[in-house]
Design a protein around this ligand. Structure first.
Ligand code: ES4
Ligand code: ZN
Length: 325
């Protein structure tokens, strides 16, 4: 399989944090445009800081980087640059996370964030025929009351937001902490996702299923430690949105050659491959496919299964799904 094969294979991107697409070049440019000081003098210095030891060491830099995002134009430019890259990578549909609390806590209103993203989404549809949905992700290191305030702040745009997610520091912040705001989100007709089993134990995946009643699990790698959980996930055809280069960058997997993606497929799990925070982890979705396929010797059939699973797992209408399969 050539590089071109991975880039041309049509796919849905379902696990991507838009703030994680902020390339060092844009970080430096936006810092200058907005007169924001960042602790780096050059693009090379920014890149050199991207050596992570775990999730938290990444999050500290990721939240610091997001501070250059100030205006509606900034969010528009960030997202449009991502959609252009994604189109070149064979992405025909994307459901992207955004972290409103990261911005609201810096004094950037919800409207600035959302209107900037919507403007880019409109252009992506016109320019690439790409469909894009937004997933509002709650920050789990903050309390549930703050998540409720975020849901309330998003009220004017909820009819154009497909779902909610749960991200940030996992260990010590179990899914059950957000039971009520997820129930409220479900009542608003929103789809539900949660990061679980990235660094946290299998019990967090059980909680995401039983307490939050999620539609998708983001990451889910640690399910493999619990055979009964694996059997349940397989039986329920529950999607795990897996991010190979992220797993290696954050040391959840020692080397890409050790990645469990094929073990997941072999155990009947509905795994998909995505890019998480590609500007920080060394590659967009086609590179995640290519790297893990090459390192694990995946067959063409396995790669096609992963791409097909991305559409089966998307929050698409039956009609739109049929158009992609
Ligand atoms: C994230 Cl890799 C990852 N895990 C949890 N939360 C996140 N937010 C952005 N990237
Ligand atoms: Zn993620």
């Amino acid at each position: 399989m050539t590089d071109d094969f991975f880039a041309r294979l049509p796919k849905a991107e379902l696990h991507l944090h838009i703030e994680g697409t902020l390339e060092p070049e844009m970080m430096v440019a936006l810092a200058a445009r907005n007169r924001v000081s960042i602790p780096f003098r050059s693009v090379e210095q920014v890149r050199a800081a991207y050596r992570f030891t775990d999730l938290q060491s990444f999050l500290d830099i990721y939240y610091a980087g997001a501070d250059v995002l100030r205006t509606e134009d900034d969010f528009h430019d960030l997202a449009l640059a991502y959609f252009d890259r994604a189109a070149a990578d064979g992405v025909v549909h994307a459901e992207i996370f955004f972290d409103p609390q990261t911005h609201i806590h810096r004094g950037i209103p919800m409207q600035v964030v959302i209107e900037g993203l919507f403007a880019a989404i409109d252009t992506a549809r016109e320019r690439h025929g790409m469909t894009v949905e937004l997933i509002l992700s709650y920050l789990r290191h903050l309390d549930e009351e703050d998540a409720f305030a975020t849901l309330k702040a998003a009220e004017p745009w909820l009819d154009r937001i497909i779902g909610v997610g749960l991200d940030s520091s996992e260990v010590g912040h179990p899914p059950a902490k957000f039971a009520r705001v997820f129930a409220a989100s479900r009542e608003r007709g929103l789809k539900l996702c949660a990061h679980a089993g990235e660094e946290g134990p299998p019990a967090y995946i059980h909680e995401a299923l039983d307490v939050l009643r999620v539609d998708r699990i983001d990451h889910g790698n640690r399910a493999l430690e619990d055979p009964a959980l694996v059997a349940r996930l397989a039986r329920e055809a529950m999607t795990l949105t897996v991010c190979p280069l992220s797993n290696v960058a954050l040391r959840n997997v020692a080397r890409i050659e050790d990645h469990p993606i094929d073990r997941m497929l072999d155990r009947g799990l509905r795994a998909t491959v995505h890019s998480d925070d590609p500007a920080y982890f060394g590659g967009y979705i086609a590179e995640n496919f290519r790297a893990v396929a090459q390192a694990r010797g995946l067959s063409r059939e396995q790669v096609v299964t992963l791409a097909r699973n991305s559409f089966l797992s998307a929050f698409l209408s039956d009609e739109a799904l049929a158009g992609h399969l």
